[in-house]
Design a protein around this ligand. Sequence first.
Ligand SMILES: Cc1cc2nc3c(=O)[nH]c(=O)nc-3n(C[C@H](O)[C@H](O)[C@H](O)COP(=O)(O)OP(=O)(O)OC[C@H]3O[C@@H](n4cnc5c(N)ncnc54)[C@H](O)[C@@H]3O)c2cc1C
Length: 360
Amino acid sequence: MKSLKENFQKAHIVIIGSGIIGKFNALELSELGFQITIIDPTEPKNSSYAALGLLMGNMYQKRKGRSWDLRKQSIELWPQWIKSLQKFNSELNIENPLIQLTTNEEKFKKLEKFIYENNDQNLRILERDSIFIKNINKAFQTKNIKGIISLKDGRINPSSLLQTLNKYLRHKKINFSEGEVIKIRKTNNHWISTTRNNEKIKSDIVILCNSLKAVDLIDSISHNITLKPVLGQAMEIDVNDAEVDLLSLPKQFNINSKNIIPKSKNKLIIGSTDEYSTKPEENTFEKLTNFLDKKPNWLMKGKISKKWYGIRSRPDGEPSPIMKNLEDGLIICTGFYKNGILLAPACSKWVANEIKKYLL
Ligand SMILES: Cc1cc2nc3c(=O)[nH]c(=O)nc-3n(C[C@H](O)[C@H](O)[C@H](O)COP(=O)(O)OP(=O)(O)OC[C@H]3O[C@@H](n4cnc5c(N)ncnc54)[C@H](O)[C@@H]3O)c2cc1C
């Protein structure tokens, strides 16, 4: 019988969880020719569909360490992936630029320092008389908003991205199974993933991409990993006020840590919160609009037309994300409480390299 090494491309890989991380891993590994099965019971309810899709890579101020390395690699990989994904959806794109704003003088000084020290043509301070700053201050009825622009950061529409990934994965003949995995165990060099319906799926490798629930499938004594749930909320607001034209604002920006995406002249999306919780409270509007000392009238009068949330996983006691080779043929890729969309390409590259090392 041929060994797994000789049968490199015949290896069967099970990916548990079909959020952005599971899908990107499937994509990366399918390019290497592996047979892949993704298992997930409730895919469209995951936190990836709830995301706003901002890709804050170049704006990240810490320019060393693992976090920066993952960002840097993802920034490089995204344009290549967009090109491949456009074969399945020609409209899929990253909309640039991304604007980061603050009303806090100290935070602005830090941003200024970051820009001067980095000397990157794609990162600039927004001048007081720039059209962006003028329109933003006018719309938010203040004079105090200042910030920076990153020409290379931007936004991708998450649901469009996830649907396009599904098309790509189907084209690559990836198997989708709708089960909830309740147990994984190793027997004779194979992994058996058992679903709640008692379906048993045999594979050579298992990758845990099922966010918070990943820890339920591993031995807590050998692998000391703790994940905490982080709630992220977002809402779409209808603004029925002739005094503001939301389309005069940039396409995507962030003020005092709230992300804002104008959708039309009188509709905008605001997100997201980051509290340790699994249940949204009733005061979503208050929480998401408290980014300025004084709200403009049109925002105060705004009405929520849609609201949604997602539960993400944050590692406790170690940095996010968790990417580990737990034992032969078992990899965990979880703990993306923020920036999972941005980091997906670099993380799946890491997983693919680990698998190559294991098999070759
Ligand atoms: C409101 C909001 C806004 C956000 N905005 C941004 C943003 O602008 N930019 C950005 O980069 N990130 C953003 N994020 C973060 C981003 O959404 C996450 O980092 C990312 O979605 C994590 O992806 P994931 O694949 O790890 O998890 P998920 O998308 O949650 O996927 C995990 C999957 O595992 C499945 N699963 C669980 N248990 C099992 C089991 N036992 N068997 C099988 N399957 C299982 C679940 O059904 C789920 O589909 C935002 C998040 C929220 C909530």
